[in-house]
Each structure stands twice: as C-alpha cells, then as structure tokens.
Design a protein around this ligand. Structure first.
Ligand SMILES: Nc1ncnc2c1ncn2[C@@H]1O[C@H](COP(=O)(O)OP(=O)(O)OP(=O)(O)O)[C@@H](O)[C@H]1O
Ligand SMILES: [Mg+2]
Length: 243
C-alpha cells in the first residue's frame, strides 16, 4: 500500500469530521473520494497533507508514519496537492509559477545553483503536460479559469510527486474546461498515484479505478464505478441530498 490510514479521526470542537477511518490507496491507482457536503473529504486530504493534525489515529506513506510531520516535510516525501483555493502567483508568468513549483522540490539545487538547465527542462516538460507552453510568458492572472486550474495542478506536478491529491479539480469549470482537466488527469494515470475529491460524476465514473464514499467522516462504501453506481446506500444519500 502506498497510503494507509488507521483509525484516523479529526474533531473540530464538537464536530467529528473524520471518524475512525481506515483508508488505503495502492501505488499508481486513481482513487476518487465522493460524498455529500460536509462528509469530511477535504479534511481527509488536509490530514494526509499535514495541514491538519489528527485528533487520533495514524497515516502511513509506504509504511512510514507521517501523521506527526509538518506539511513541508510531507511535501518532501513526495505528496503534492492542488486544493480548491488557487495557490498560484498571479503576477508571475506561467513559466515562473511552474519554476517555483520545481524549486520547491529541488530546493537544494537552487542553493548550489548548478542545475539550471535541468530545472528549465523540467519546467518545459510540465508546461507541455498542462498544455500551457504557448502561454508560458503570460502573467498567470491573465489565464482563463480552466487554465489557472491546470497551472495549479502543474505547480504540484513540478515536484514530481508520487502521490497527488486533488480537491475538486473541476469545480466551477465549463464542460470544455472539465474535459481538459480530465485529459490531463488521464495523462497522469498509471504514472502517479492520484486521490481526487470530485463532485462531477462524469469525471468520477470515467477516471476512477476505485471510488470511496465518505458519509459523516466514515467510509460508507467502496468499489468500482459500476459497484458504486449500483449501491443502494450510495443512491440513498445522494437522493436525500438532492431532493
Ligand atoms: N477548519 C475547520 N474548523 C471547524 N470545522 C471544520 C473545519 N474544516 C471542516 N470543518 C467541518 O468538518 C466537517 C467536514 O468538512 P469538510 O470540509 O471536510 O467536508 P467536505 O466533504 O469537503 O465538504 P464539501 O463537499 O462541501 O467540500 C464539516 O462539518 C465542516 O463544517
Ligand atoms: Mg471539501
């Protein structure tokens, strides 16, 4: 297992956002995490990333405990994220943004200054991957919403993570912009382990190997897209939320 949580629990005051969760992700799979608003999806990703400390329980990456580490240490172990709040640098160019992401992963190279060509090459690779090579020299603030989202994922990819966490990568995007994100995710599948929180069922059903359904901070169901679609408990929580 690449990632394992054991009895993971997070309380916010009286709210149990994650309750005794045992969650496992295999290397190189694409996992979707779905569930109603407030189910604990974002909290789970923030716990994995080290942005939140568990109230109880443990998180392991490749068998090593990481739940006591600060997020910059977790980033160095190869977990990267693109969360709902955009974290790009609007006044820098697209290429400079990606370079900042690379720099994050290769801080030592920056300090000894000797590997500029290697960094430039990595930036070019990522720009190709996120289909923004033609906009490399534009300020990030001038990108369309869907392009900014791709850039944000690019910043995470620049660190060459072994595990990429995505929180609602298509939220607020048009159908066409969503297609572009789906294409980007497809290009990563089988190369990087992906854990993606997503509300758009078209995205979830077409990309996920396995879907985990969270409900009140617990695992309500887990299975293939076909199994989850046919699961009466899952249908019930979605029907009760939407109607
Ligand atoms: N920093 C926080 N402080 C207090 N309560 C929080 C905090 N973060 C989350 N919560 C609460 O924890 C619960 C789970 O929230 P979380 O954001 O993880 O849900 P979610 O599944 O991501 O929902 P959504 O689909 O709306 O994004 C909610 O009741 C939320 O109000
Ligand atoms: Mg959320």
């Amino acid at each position: 297992m690449l990632l394992t949580t054991r009895n993971l629990t997070k309380h916010f005051g009286g709210v149990a956002a994650i309750q005794g969760l045992d969650f496992q992700v295999d290397a190189l799979e694409t996992r979707a995490v779905i569930g109603p608003n407030g189910a604990g999806k974002t909290t789970l990703l923030r716990l994995i990333m080290g942005e939140l400390t568990p109230t109880r329980g443990e998180i392991f990456l490749n068998g090593q405990p990481i739940h006591h580490l600060p997020s910059h240490r977790i980033a160095r172990l190869g977990i990267a994220k693109a969360f709902q709040i955009p974290q790009i640098f609007p006044s820098l160019t697209v290429a400079q943004n990606v370079q900042a992401g690379v720099g994050h992963g290769l801080a030592s190279l920056w300090l000894n200054g000797g590997r500029q060509a290697q960094i430039r090459e990595r930036v070019a690779q990522v720009l190709d991957q996120i289909h923004l090579a033609d906009k490399a020299d534009l300020p990030a603030s001038e990108l369309a919403h869907g392009e900014q989202k791709r850039l944000e994922i690019g910043l995470a990819l620049a660190q060459s993570p072994q595990l990429l966490l995505l929180d609602e990568p298509t939220a607020g995007l048009s159908h066409a912009e969503t297609d572009e994100i789906m294409q980007l995710i497809r290009s990563l599948q089988g190369k990087t382990t992906l854990v993606m929180v997503e509300h758009d069922m078209r995205v979830v059903m077409s990309l996920a190997d396995t879907i985990s359904v969270l409900h009140f901070g617990q695992l309500l169901a887990q299975g293939t897209p076909q199994e989850i679609r046919a699961n009466p408990k899952v249908q019930e929580i979605y029907l009760s939320q939407h109607g």
